[in-house]
Design a protein around this ligand. Structure first.
Ligand code: PSV
Ligand code: MN
Length: 388
């Protein structure tokens, strides 16, 4: 099966947002490994992210995390990004690294702490207005570890009130994107543990509140493509945080653990109208490169998403519908598998070359000397990271 021009035109619309934090050092609670050339500043993270776009043409925007990426002048940072050929994207709030939030942030029983968390989101919205960002992404660490520790119902009421205050502060072109996660950092309850809870809250807020689906945030065996279909049907799928998991919130390279799952997810995205310039669904990565090189890790990631998108676009929809309507169970499955097993890599390489991009972005980046250059240049200072 070859990729036709219509599919190539659709692929040309693809944009995948990179997380600034993927370029900093990361690890586990056991060890954070440093690597030569790791950015010390937000500007250096943006420079590295711009390399990914330069070699793939796929990643024109970079998400920031506040306060990790706080700078004095966000207008200047946006201009700096533009000079590098990228733009600033989603602003992520962070209420998971302040002692005050040990027992909760937007759900906290203490009004002072809850207001502090709300104010942090107001500050994030101020940043968005300076950077021109559309999306405020909220992932809350809030939850409890022991039965009886917190009032489950009361925490939901406080969350609803806090989110309403934040939503009211948004500009007319800005969105609130609520991310859910089944567990961690707390293990008995999480206050936004699943898509149903996230949906309940964003539905109560209004049209500009939507859900973020992080592919690493579900129980094993969860059918993620079903969630995609349902949220698209409800008009509430705002964005993806793509990554791979084998066990938990592993944050490994998207498409690495289970390429077939990534394919199935994107098939549903396309089916539900969530792909292309006519859609508001944002494709983002949320990954950490603990042992692999970070920039090549991000290049590999966006290429994986592109390859699975190409395969998803190859699904013969008419043949699939015909087989489904005829009750041809195995025939319908064959239609999907034909697309999945198509090796799109040679066609994509040729197409990239026709657009002035390297056929093999991984090899082109590796031979560019950039990694050696940043290792030599970035000496001294404190490398960016989680500080774990
Ligand atoms: C939480 O696990 C999460 O997925 C949220 O998106 C955070 O912003 C991000 O990870 C931090 O890496
Ligand atoms: Mn995430």
């Amino acid at each position: 099966m070859a990729i036709d021009q219509t599919t190539l035109d659709l692929l040309a619309q693809q944009e995948i947002e990179l997380p600034s934090w993927a370029f900093g050092n990361s690890g586990t609670r056991f060890k954070v490994f440093a690597s030569p050339g790791t950015p010390r500043t937000v500007e250096e993270k943006l420079a590295d992210a711009a390399q990914v776009h330069r070699y793939t043409g796929l990643a024109p925007s970079v998400a920031l995390h506040i306060p990790w990426d706080l700078v004095d002048d966000f207008g200047a940072l946006a201009a700096y990004a533009k000079d590098l050929g990228v733009r600033l994207g989603t602003i992520n709030s962070n209420t998971f690294q302040d002692d005050d939030y040990k027992l909760g942030s937007l759900t906290h029983h203490d009004d002072r702490i809850r207001q502090k968390a709300i104010d942090h989101h107001f500050a994030c919205i101020d940043v968005m207005s300076l950077t021109g960002s559309r999306d405020l992404k909220i992932w809350l660490p809030d939850g409890t570890n022991y039965a009886g520790q917190g009032d489950i119902r009361g925490r939901q009421e406080r969350l609803a009130e806090s989110l309403a205050a934040i939503y009211d502060r948004l500009g007319p072109d800005q969105r609130l994107v609520l991310e859910y996660k089944i567990f961690e950092p707390y293990f008995y309850t999480m206050d936004v543990p699943d898509w149903g809870t996230a949906y309940t809250h964003v539905a109560a807020l209004g049209d500009r509140a939507v859900v973020c689906l992080d592919t690493g945030h579900h129980a094993p065996s969860t059918n993620i493509e079903f969630i995609v279909a349902q949220l698209l049907r409800l008009g509430k799928l705002g964005s993806f945080d793509f990554n791979s998991r084998n066990y938990a919130d592993d944050d490994l390279i998207v498409g690495a653990a289970d390429p077939f799952q990534l394919f199935r997810i994107i098939v549903e995205v396309v089916r539900g109208g969530g792909y292309g310039t006519g859609s508001d669904v944002a494709f983002m990565l949320d990954q950490c490169h603990n042992i692999e090189e970070k920039i090549p890790g991000q290049i590999r990631s966006v290429l994986n998403v592109q390859e699975m998108t190409a395969r998803a676009l190859l699904v013969d929809r008419a043949a699939l519908a015909a087989a489904q309507e005829a009750g041809d169970v195995l025939g319908a499955n064959d239609v999907l598998m034909d697309a999945f097993y198509t090796d799109v890599r040679p066609d994509l390489a040729a197409w990239r070359e026709s657009r002035g991009l390297p056929g093999d972005p991984m090899a082109a980046f590796r031979s560019s000397g950039y990694l050696e250059q940043i290792a030599a240049d970035r000496v001294g200072g404190t490398q960016a990271g989680w500080g774990a």
